[in-house]
Design a protein around this ligand. Structure first.
Ligand SMILES: Cc1cc2nc3c(=O)[nH]c(=O)nc-3n(C[C@H](O)[C@H](O)[C@H](O)COP(=O)(O)OP(=O)(O)OC[C@H]3O[C@@H](n4cnc5c(N)ncnc54)[C@H](O)[C@@H]3O)c2cc1C
Ligand code: SF4
Ligand code: SF4
Ligand code: SF4
Length: 768
């Protein structure tokens, strides 16, 4: 028996999604396995580079929104949602919630087999690497059963490349449609089977048992209409067919406007009710893949409409064409111009059923065979690399390792990363217990915190700090009381930022920590120095660094942890290219240049970046500075920043950030957002009142103005990073191609925000 974790959609309350996940879970269980569905709710969107202008893109989004509000407003009935929840709860067993890759990778410690599929989890338009089992370790068996690509081709080259790379890691590959198998086969160079949607693996009597209805209702005298599109010509045909057949119409409403159609059902329809309605229908009209699938499975007369227009870039009609062709029922396609006679004539079910039986046997046998395959052997000892890929370079594992088996160095993409010498490792597991992505029990949700604003009363401190000078005030007070400070300074020799341990009373050392360095800081060897100190220490860093330090120093008393609200750290290559550009453009000596990313003498809200080599200088507005543009666009961060578990949690005593939002709108010198997370944090925060203006504020300010969820990793990130690692490519060109469209879109969004608010109010009223 295997312990299987099943990765598929379940969260969207549509019938096909709910029925496919329950079918596959049931089939896998019936083969003697223990099955849990992975509780992961998709990002559901791709971040692709677009050649469209910001205006065209925004106009497209506005058009879709308007269509959604005016024409295709979904019909959401609470009682229907409850039926879905009850059905899923009743039929499925779930893992614990897995919002990030760290949670998904933890499943490797529990499950030996991972299955992905079915539904359109591989549709390029909603590309999400987790549905390609990117979290499943090398040593776990990975099987793709019937995921659907949905489209006949993958147009975006970055998406295609990523799909190919990820699918290649899967041990046994199948998809639901021939076209999908062709695409994946081409991308991986491997053989890809085409198998049936899992709903077909259950026979009509099994579905009838689930739905509590008759498997062959014999036709209860109604035509069932289930249409996911909103094509009025097709709706006219639905009623014509009903008239020809002498049937009443029963409509399952999808959009608000369906509620006005003749025969619309008023009682809520959940997954069970959907199955029973198809089973009892005398005729089914549908443009849904699963509407067609259940009509065929229950041998109900039907006709299939095409939901998408020819030429639509997300045309998914091929799914319906495919299942009709496989069962020899192409004649039931209600294509434009097709005569009514063909659609109303009875179906001879013997040939389609024979084909379906054969395909069912073949699909089941493929699945059994795939599950019996052997997984590759485990190649790691019990260290941080076993079953895990996330690393923020915090160095906690390097410091804790008793035999020096771990080294943290810059990887090819320009990020600090731990490597383990397996030959030296004694498998003690200590590094796993300190890794912040594995051991996260010290993190608290930000809801547990109390929020404050702070502005230093020391003008010099305020000027050199990024926001209100809270970090410097905390460090100076602690230093005066005899504590050392572990913080981040510019490291000229290292070519970037590095942590250093500043001993009590070293004012110059403390001054070197002021200001945010918007890059990844090297933590070792300063972290190792802090770990052996007997006296008090204040640790400053990004949330991941602080979480690692807290795990490492868990047994040390007198440590205070302060983390920074952090939207991500860019590749070291970005700063390398920037220094070269400063040299070429302004003559700055790249080996001794240092940069202030928030140069307050020129402004706070409008940001300026200032660099100097001691003699020459350059100062650029954020919209003209290629480093800041690329940093702010968020496309070249470390991989872990798109899977950050600390967006709405913290392992620190105090969290610091910029006080954005309207509360301090007129302020031009900077205000800190201070979130006291623990009793120690409340004490440290309270003491800030002697150093400036401290005021308690509503926690909603944090939720409203800080990023509390991860942005998905752009599909072109790898390409962007490789451009940044190439010294022959100008950073200006890279910023122009990747970051400027984002900045333009933000500017545009800001300028049309008042208009959008009015439109929202008007549209909102029109639906009341
Ligand atoms: C990479 C990064 C991303 C950030 N993103 C956001 C954001 O999205 N929203 C927001 O409100 N605030 C963000 N901040 C925090 C913000 O820039 C300020 O640091 C914060 O408002 C505190 O300001 P301050 O005036 O109190 O102290 P600062 O003068 O900013 O003092 C900074 C403290 O942070 C430490 N530090 C500086 N650079 C780094 C680094 N690279 N890595 C680790 N520690 C460092 C120093 O040791 C110092 O103690 C980010 C900071 C960083 C480093
Ligand atoms: S398991 Fe122990 S010996 Fe091996 S790398 Fe981790 S800490 Fe070092
Ligand atoms: S402890 Fe830190 S450096 Fe080590 S693997 Fe984990 S995140 Fe990477
Ligand atoms: S976004 Fe998260 S993972 Fe990335 S540096 Fe910041 S805290 Fe670390």
């Amino acid at each position: 028996m295997s312990k299987i974790a099943l990765m598929t959609w379940f969260q969207y309350h549509n019938y096909g999604t709910a029925l496919q996940v329950t079918a596959l879970s049931r089939v896998l269980s019936s083969l003697g396995n223990e099955v849990d569905v992975i509780d992961y709710r998709a990002h559901g969107r791709v971040v692709a580079a677009s050649e469209e202008s910001s205006l065209v893109r925004l106009a497209g989004k506005a058009r879709n929104k308007a269509a959604y509000h005016l024409l295709r407003r979904p019909c959401v009935v609470p009682a229907r949602e409850e039926l879905f929840e009850a059905y899923l709860d009743d039929r499925l067993s779930f893992t614990s919630p897995c919002p990030t890759l760290a949670d998904l990778e933890a499943l490797n410690d529990v499950y030996d087999t991972f299955v992905c599929g079915s539904d359109q989890i591989w549709a390029p338009s909603v590309f999400d690497p987790h549905y390609f089992l990117n979290f499943a370790a090398e040593s776990r068996l990975k099987v793709a059963y019937a995921p659907s690509v949905g489209l006949p081709e993958v147009r975006d080259g970055d998406v295609a490349r990523r799909m190919g790379e990820l699918a290649s890691r899967i041990d046994r590959l199948s998809t639901r449609e021939e076209s999908g198998s062709g695409i994946i086969s081409e991308l991986t160079g491997r053989k890809v089977a085409t198998v049936l949607d899992p709903t077909f693996l259950l026979r009509p009597d099994e579905w009838a048992g689930i739905a509590g209805c008759e498997a062959d209702g014999g036709g209860c005298g109604y035509l069932l209409a289930y249409m996911l599109g909103s094509n009025e010509l097709q709706w006219r045909r639905v009623y014509e067919i009903a008239e020809r057949k002498g049937l009443d119409v029963r409509v399952i409403p999808v959009f608000q406007r369906d509620l006005k159609r003749k025969g619309c059902l008023t009682r809520p329809v959940g997954p069970r009710e959907f199955v029973a309605l198809v089973a009892g229908a005398s005729y089914v009209c549908t443009d849904s893949f699963h509407g067609v699938a259940f009509s065929i499975n229950f041998k109900r007369e039907f006709c299939a409409f095409e939901r998408f227009r020819e030429g639509d870039p997300v045309n998914q009609n091929s799914r319906v064409h495919n299942i009709l062709a496989r069962t020899g029922l192409e004649g039931r396609l209600a294509a434009r111009g097709k005569g009514m006679d063909d659609l109303v004539k009875p179906i001879d079910w013997t040939p389609p059923c024979d084909r379906l039986d054969q395909e069912r046997e073949a699909s089941l046998s493929w699945l059994k065979d795939a599950l019996a395959s052997a997984a590759p052997p485990e190649s790691h000892k019990n260290n941080v690399l076993r079953n895990r890929s996330l690393c923020c370079g915090c160095s906690a594992c390097e410091v804790v390792c008793p035999v020096g088996a771990v080294g943290v160095s810059l990887d090819a993409e320009g990020f600090w990363r731990a490597e383990v010498d397996e030959a030296v490792c004694i498998s003690c597991g200590k590094c796993r217990a300190t890794c912040p992505f594995i051991e996260r029990s010290t993190s608290l949700p930000i809801g547990a915190g109390s929020l404050y604003s702070f502005k230093s009363s020391d003008a010099a401190r305020l000027l050199s700090s990024s926001s209100g000078g809270a970090a410097a005030a905390i460090a100076e007070r602690a230093s005066a009381e005899g504590a050392a400070t572990l913080g981040c300074a510019f490291d000229l020799e290292g070519g970037g930022a590095a942590h250093r341990l500043v001993l009590p009373g070293d004012a110059e050392g403390l001054a070197s920590l002021a200001g945010s360095k918007y890059m990844q800081s090297r933590m070792s060897p300063a972290l190792a120095e802090a770990a052996v100190r007997k006296e008090e220490v204040v640790v400053f860093g990004t949330p991941c660094q602080v979480a690692g330090a807290r795990n490492l120093l868990a047994r040390c008393e007198g440590v205070t942890y302060v983390d920074l609200i952090c939207h991500g750290v860019p590749s070291r290559h970005l700063y390398e290219r920037y220094r070269e550009w400063l040299h070429g453009t302004y003559g700055l000596n790249p080996s001794i240049v240092r940069t202030e990313f928030r140069y307050k003498p020129r402004g706070w809200r409008e940001r300026y970046v200032y660099s100097t080599d001691g003699e020459r200088e350059a100062c650029l507005h954020q919209r003209k500075d290629p480093y800041f543009l690329l940093f702010e666009a968020g496309q070249c961060y470390a991989g872990c920043c798109y899977e950050c578990p600390w967006r709405s949690a913290s392992a620190a005593d105090v969290r610091l950030g910029d006080y954005w939002g309207p509360r301090f709108e007129g302020d031009e010198t900077g205000v800190s957002m201070v979130l006291a997370m623990t009793d120690r944090g409340r004490e440290v925060t309270g003491a800030l009142s002697t150093a400036g203006a401290l005021k308690e504020q509503p926690l909603e300010d944090y939720i409203s103005w800080q990023q509390t969820r991860n942005e998905p990793e752009p599909v072109f990130r790898e390409r962007l990073l490789s451009l940044l690692s190439d010294p022959s490519i100008s950073i200006e060109d890279v910023a122009g191609e990747f970051a400027e469209p984002i900045a333009r879109e933000r500017d545009l969004r800001r300028s049309i925000a008042p208009l959008a608010r009015i439109a929202k109010r008007v549209l909102g009223k029109s639906h009341r």
